[in-house]
Write a protein that binds this ligand. Structure first.
Ligand code: GLY
Length: 376
């Protein structure tokens, strides 16, 4: 018998730039002609049916005119497309169009596009580079940064995926101008989450300004508010990701409001947008946190008022029973040894850390059930 030791210690540099600006196709072209495009023979633009019509076709034309080898592949817009079948379709299309290991994916769209395209990139040819070009507030606040890629399954969201970092992220604020109102609110939920976790002054800024973005033409008129929001979201998120990319502890704080939020998103069969479900989850989280004395009633009220100002729901849907929500909580990725675990904010702008250093705490099912029943 023989025994071998395969020494494979690695130092990996997955650093990348995030560029926030307006109309960034020129910058993208310049980057692809430079270092970012080094070694790439062919590009696959991946997008959804909505973004294809608004920006995907334009990007395809632009890159083709610049002399790049490009294909554009799209899938129907919506969370229901974020499944294994769409991943397979995208992979088969890429193979059929001759993409191999010297290809690069450009994901242009919101979180569904970047999660799916990033997952395809992570496994295609055992991993090819990808670039995120974010066109939504939600995507810029969350999915486009941090390298979490995934698909949903009937049981729950995001259970199958990879941590695989993009080579660069572009956040194009001009594209926010074509977002319907509900998609503005959708992105503001993750924005409020970031303020609750890490930045009291940002929370106050949102209290003073968030409603302006929902005015007709608000995104265009208040460009500097959009820029501040995009920059704050990026900074708060990447500071966490830098310290704990693989979510051993700290990164769980980005899950604030998601324990209940993700459960009800799946239970609603995606009739609730991600941000709507997270908003309800955030509201439930502050109410449970109040019972645990992590936050006072005035602060709870401020969080709920801010969510409402952003046009978001804060109450559990009537057609969802507390019991089915509680049972769905067991599909959460923070569950350990069969226990449901939550993260909580401490007041506003700070996250609760426990004496053992953990950011998540296990709660008894009965306590959760009773509290949901009281506050729903
Ligand atoms: N969406 C939470 C995270 O990126 O960790």
């Amino acid at each position: 018998m023989s025994k071998f030791y395969v020494e494979l210690k690695k130092v990996v540099d997955d650093s990348y730039d995030i560029e926030v600006g307006r109309n960034l196709f020129d910058t993208l072209v310049k980057d692809l002609k430079g270092e970012l495009g080094k070694g790439i023979s062919k590009y696959a633009i991946i997008t959804d049916s909505n973004v294809k019509a608004l920006y995907g076709d334009q990007l395809y034309q632009r890159l083709t005119n610049e002399g790049f080898q490009v294909d554009l592949i799209s899938f129907p817009a919506g969370e229901k497309s974020k499944v294994r079948a769409t991943k397979e379709m995208l992979e088969d299309e890429m193979l059929a169009k001759g993409h191999r290991r010297d290809s690069c994916i450009i994901a242009i769209g919101g979180g569904v596009v970047t999660d799916l395209a990033g997952f395809v990139a992570g496994t295609f040819g055992r991993g090819i580079p990808f670039i995120n070009y974010s066109t939504t507030i939600l995507g810029s606040a969350d999915a486009s940064v941090g390298g979490k890629t995934a698909v949903d399954t009937p049981l729950a969201t995001n259970l199958i995926g990879l941590i695989y970092q993009p080579k660069k992220v572009y956040i194009d604020l001009a594209t926010w101008e074509t977002l319907p109102k509900e998609q503005i609110s959708n992105g503001l939920a993750e924005t409020i989450k970031h303020a609750c976790i890490a930045d009291y002054a940002f929370f106050e800024f949102l209290e003073a300004n968030i409603e302006k973005l929902l005015e007709p033409d608000g995104i265009h008129q208040y460009a500097e508010i959009c820029e501040h929001i995009a920059e704050k979201n990026c900074k708060i998120k990447y500071e966490v990701v830098k310290k704990d990319e693989r979510e051993t502890n700290l990164r769980q704080v980005l899950n604030l409001g998601h324990t209940i939020g993700r459960a009800i998103e799946t239970l609603s069969d995606y009739s609730l947008l991600h941000g709507e479900a997270v908003a309800i989850g955030l509201a439930m989280q502050v109410k449970i946190g109040e019972k645990l004395r992590y936050i006072n009633p005035e602060e709870v009220n401020r969080v709920i008022c801010l969510l409402e100002k952003a046009g978001l729901p804060t109450k559990l849907l009537d057609n969802m029973s507390t019991e089915e929500v509680v049972q769905k909580l067991y599909t959460d990725k923070k569950v350990r040894k069969g226990k449901i675990r939550f993260v909580f904010q401490e007041g506003i702008g700070k996250i609760k850390q426990y004496e053992d250093g953990n950011y998540a705490i296990a709660l008894e099912e009965d306590f959760i059930r009773k509290t949901i029943n009281e506050v729903r």
